[in-house]
Design a protein around this ligand. Structure first.
Ligand SMILES: C[S@@+](CC[C@H](N)C(=O)[O-])C[C@H]1O[C@@H](n2cnc3c(N)ncnc32)[C@H](O)[C@@H]1O
Length: 421
């Protein structure tokens, strides 16, 4: 029983872009920005080896209010739309990618009311966002479109001066209020702002050349915590942040910049690449509590591997024991892994259902359905299955399949698979 999370690991683990595409040293000192150069106005072209036929860039037409291609450098040009999402967007990309990006849906409702949070200086972290009222589990904080989207190739390969000039021209095409927010992000240069704040996304499936950096100035204010109170996911171009527990007024709103299900030393070493030493609650536990946390992280990995390998084995999980599901959830909760609960609840619900434990199957399936919506949205693949398991366990495909006939689970459903039972 592959969970949605198993096939969409990128949602769970996808770190921010800086971590993935850190091929150059970030520019630390202020970089002198040259006056706009006269860019060579070449006809932008894109030879995409994945295309069945060659399509010249001019055939990738963007409809108004999109403008572009402008200020091209080789095949990378600026495309802009001052109206989209009410805050505008600029792209620095190749023609085909601009064409694809401009076709993505625009979210209907952008975010929680702006008075629900405020900006505050957080000691040792710069500026952060703090809850101004209780924010309830499941509330969506931002449903944001990027202000700036830059293809990863020019970001990595362009000469720094040309690049900064191109970026400056693009930022100048944003509406004033968005431009101001963009420029307030951490980082001395526009390049550094992208490095420190952007997320990685793909405009064309998982094709490597469609990798882009997406900058969301509102989202950029979230500081890191290894046990954050917000989960984020990227859908199309939209960045969605959701509360994973009730957040009282006065508490800082945080996301995780890294995959949190790692032992402390690994988490800390990944965060050093961000240029800070993590001092979140989980990283400042006592030595004994920290060792216990690391042990739980290792146990979770072992238990998940054991469950998966047993389920994948020839006898379809005959060696699975019902308490494995309960133990898995217990470890996740003890470790406060609130942003990763959906797969744990889903596994537990299915295991208990397989063994005909109605109460626990219902309880975990209900929790799984809620966590799936928080972590993957209402179209999460396992959502329908968990909802029907919660409502009618005995009608679910998994019900009683590990129970021997005559052990007391619903008649006609006491199917056993494999041998020895
Ligand atoms: C995406 S920005 C977050 C907002 C930023 N604090 C600001 O003032 O705009 C990321 C930067 O914030 C700082 N930061 C974020 N989380 C931190 C943490 N847990 N501890 C220390 N610094 C942190 C680091 O400088 C990091 O490079």
């Amino acid at each position: 029983f592959q969970t949605h999370a198993d096939t969409h690991e990128i949602c769970l683990s996808s770190p921010l872009l800086q971590h993935e595409v850190h091929v150059e040293q970030p520019i630390c000192a202020a970089h002198t920005i040259q006056p706009a150069q006269n860019f060579i106005q070449v006809e932008p072209e894109l030879w995409d080896e994945n295309d069945e036929r060659y399509i010249p860039a001019k055939d990738y037409k963007l409809s108004p209010p999109w403008k572009g291609p402008e200020s091209c450098f080789t095949e990378f040009c600026i495309y802009s739309n001052k109206e989209i999402g009410g805050s505008g967007m600029v792209l620095i990309t190749a023609a085909r990618q601009a064409y694809l990006a401009a076709k993505f849906p625009v979210p209907a409702q952008s975010s929680i009311e702006p008075t629900a949070y405020y900006e505050k200086k957080i000691p040792g972290k710069g500026i952060g966002l703090v809850a101004n009222r209780t924010i309830h589990k499941g509330e969506i904080i931002f449903r944001a479109l990027p202000a700036m989207l830059i293809q990863a190739t020019p970001h990595m390969d362009l000469d720094p001066e040309v690049r900064e000039d191109l970026y400056r021209q693009a930022v100048d095409k944003l509406p004033e209020s968005t431009r101001e927010k963009f420029m307030k992000q951490m980082g001395d240069t526009i390049y550094a702002k992208m490095e420190k704040n952007a997320f990685r996304l793909y405009t064309d499936g998982d094709k490597a050349h469609s990798a882009h950096l997406a900058s969301y100035p509102d989202v950029s204010r979230f500081n890191h915590d290894c046990r954050p109170n917000l989960h984020y996911r990227l859908r199309n171009l939209t960045h969605i942040t959701v509360a994973v527990r009730d957040i009282p007024a006065g508490e800082e709103l945080t996301i995780s910049y890294i995959y949190g299900q790692e032992v402390k030393s690994e988490r800390q070493s990944q965060l050093r690449a961000w240029g800070f030493e993590c001092s979140c609650q989980q990283c400042t536990l006592s030595e004994a509590d920290s060792a216990a946390s690391d042990t739980r992280i290792r146990l979770i990995k072992e238990l998940e591997e054991e469950i998966e390998s047993k389920m994948a084995s020839k006898d379809r999980g005959d060696a699975i024991r019902p308490e494995m599901g309960g133990k898995l959830v217990e470890l996740y909760l003890a470790e406060r892994l609130d942003t990763y609960l959906a797969p744990a609840f889903t596994r537990a619900a299915l295991i208990y259902s397989m063994f005909g434990n109605e109460e626990k199957a219902r309880e975990f399936a209900t929790q799984a359905a809620e966590a799936l919506v928080r972590e993957y949205g209402p179209d999460a693949r396992d959502y329908g299955s968990m909802k029907s398991l919660a409502e009618d366990p005995k009608g679910h495909w998994s019900w009683g399949i590990k129970v021997v006939s005559g052990e007391g689970v619903g008649e006609g459903r006491n199917r056993t698979r494999g041998k020895g039972k």
